[in-house]
Design a protein around this ligand. Structure first.
Ligand SMILES: C[S@@+](CC[C@H](N)C(=O)[O-])C[C@H]1O[C@@H](n2cnc3c(N)ncnc32)[C@H](O)[C@@H]1O
Length: 255
């Protein structure tokens, strides 16, 4: 999608993100799942307040509940508008926010958990950059730490062509969703098109490069990590061929 930049998604969605995606997850279940995964590591106990790095932290939808639960939380995001929303919700700065690209500007340090929630890994738009992301995550994981990736499972066969659907409709506004699918490149792009009587047209673009579970596992392996857990949801529903989403937990392979 021409003119789409690293901060395009965040800049376009920051004002509606919390309202549109408020009900995505049971946030207590997310925190409990990640906490349980860290505790199940042979080196995962007795480390005091664990350190979390969230990639694409956005408005802090996930990061803030971790901070409330006592985690030391760092979040990186390429969008100033998203981080401004986070700051407004976090007046005492419980989350250390970093403005930057999750691949190029990976915060240094040692993190017990690195988290890429809600398909955020697919915001890295080429396979090569996604591989590099896995390598950089491997470089900041503490001993016994893990990389938690939550993502959709691409359709098989993959979606093709284009779609136009209605997201919401009211007497004075309509939000349409247009998307285009490029299965040969594992790419999809879209626009949420908000039309209001008062405000005219507002475009909210998105663009992703998706990868299936096997490809993510292979990228992790190339970075020295191995899959330790895959479930369909944070309440540990079993992952199977019918699952539309997965949560994968990667740990450094034994040397
Ligand atoms: C789908 S949102 C998820 C936000 C948050 N993790 C959540 O679950 O609510 C993706 C976030 O990643 C950010 N993002 C996209 N590409 C990025 C990049 N290359 N580096 C850092 N952040 C990026 C966007 O600005 C956006 O805030």
């Amino acid at each position: 999608m021409e003119a789409y930049r690293g901060d395009s998604y965040g800049e376009a969605f920051a004002d509606v993100y919390d309202e549109w995606y408020r009900d995505l997850d049971d946030l207590g279940s997310v925190v409990a799942f990640v906490t349980g995964e860290l505790a199940s590591s042979s080196e995962g106990t007795g480390r005091g307040n664990p350190a979390l790095l969230e990639l694409g932290v956005g408005t802090g939808r996930l990061a803030l509940p971790f901070a409330t639960a006592g985690w030391r939380v760092t979040g990186i995001d390429s969008s100033r508008a998203m981080l401004d929303r986070l700051a407004a919700k976090d007046p005492s700065t419980t989350v250390t926010a970093v403005l930057g690209d999750m691949v190029d500007d990976m915060p240094s340090g040692s993190f017990d958990v690195v988290l890429a929630g809600y398909n955020t890994i697919f915001n890295v738009l080429t396979a090569e950059r996604q591989r590099e992301l896995f390598r950089r995550v491997a470089g900041v994981l503490a001993p016994g730490g893990c990389f938690v990736v939550e993502a959709f499972v691409p359709d098989d066969p993959p979606r093709t062509g284009s779609d136009l659907t209605v997201r919401s409709i009211a007497a004075n506004a309509v939000v349409l969703h247009a998307s285009v699918h490029e299965p040969d490149h594992q790419r999809a792009h879209g626009q949420f098109i908000e039309i209001t009587e008062a405000g005219g047209v507002r475009l909210r673009p998105w663009s992703i490069r998706y990868a299936g579970p096997a490809e993510l596992d292979e990228m992790a392996a190339a970075a020295g990590m191995a899959l330790s857990t895959r479930v369909a949801s944070t309440d540990r529903a079993a992952f199977d061929d019918e699952s539309s989403h997965h949560i994968a937990v990667y740990r450094m392979s034994a040397q």
